[in-house]
Design a protein. Structure first.
Length: 97
């Protein structure tokens, strides 16, 4: 899946590609990466780091700051995006035409 940033207008949030399935794909990817490393290395320490990181990423502090900033910048377009796109990962609601 390829997302061309050049095709997204400057005043609108990117809502295609991986952003269609998750509002925070960076955090999802980080937890999956750490989980994979802990499994491959068979390390309980790395698994503990994965759990701590996952819990830390789900804390409202990070998300509320980022989402408030996006709401301030993009306004109603981001609010609509929030209403149809899961925070972590999932099936997005269909767009109403």
């Amino acid at each position: 899946m390829h997302v061309s940033w050049a095709n997204t207008p400057a005043g609108e949030p990117v809502t295609r590609g991986i952003y269609r399935y998750s509002r925070h794909p960076m955090y999802v990817t980080m937890v999956l990466l750490l989980l994979g490393v802990s499994i491959l290395s068979a390390s309980w320490g790395f698994l503990l780091l994965t759990i701590i990181s996952g819990v830390g990423f789900t804390r409202p502090f990070f998300l509320k700051v980022e989402e408030a900033e996006c709401l301030g910048h993009y306004g109603a377009a981001y609010r609509e995006y929030m209403n149809r796109t899961p925070r972590w990962i999932g099936i997005p609601e269909s767009e109403k035409e």
